[in-house]
Design a protein. Structure first.
Ligand code: FES
Ligand code: FES
Length: 161
């Protein structure tokens, strides 16, 4: 390890991981370019679009604004840890059912912001949903279907508990 590189250990999608990278690497670069998890998207790169949202210790964060070194010892979830093509997460099912996905570029970030919300607030109001996804820009859907998906997922979850 040279002087300008950093080594971290953290939990990624339920698995212990370690990684070494230059000290100025962002969490987004680590996830996409070092670990090759391409589900997390790079949009603006400056904290304004939410495409890069991941969950760190239960909170939705813009990974483009975080240094990868800050993930040391923390628990990280990316879209790859949410569901699989064979077994979609209920939130993913709701997005499909309610037609909330068009080009799909914003979808991973929106799903991660929403998951972080529903994990702490299983029955959010529309205002609470609005606040939770305020940082996630969607250029395609007009948001009506996205709100419907989130409300549907919350409702389904409530019925199952
Ligand atoms: S890429 Fe991180 S907020 Fe846009
Ligand atoms: S579905 Fe295209 S940006 Fe949201």
């Amino acid at each position: 390890m040279d002087a300008s590189s950093v080594r971290i250990r953290f939990t990624l999608n339920g698995q212990p991981r370690s990684a070494e990278f230059p000290a100025d690497t962002t969490a987004l670069k680590l996830i996409r370019d070092v670990l090759k998890l391409k589900g997390t998207k790079e949009g603006c790169g400056i904290g304004e679009c939410g495409a890069c949202t991941v969950i760190v210790d239960g909170k939705a964060v813009n990974s483009c604004l975080m240094l990868a070194a800050q993930l040391d010892g923390r628990t990280v979830q990316t879209i790859e840890g949410l569901g699989s093509p064979e077994a979609l997460h209920p939130l993913q099912e709701a997005f499909v059912k309610e037609h909330a996905v068009q080009c799909g570029f914003c979808t991973p970030g929106l799903l991660m912001s929403t998951k972080a919300l529903l994990d702490i607030n299983p029955a959010p109001t529309r205002a609470e949903i609005s606040k939770a996804i305020a940082g996630n820009l969607c250029r395609c859907t007009g948001y009506r279907h996205i709100f419907a998906s989130i409300e549907d997922a919350a409702h389904t979850r409530k019925e199952q508990t």
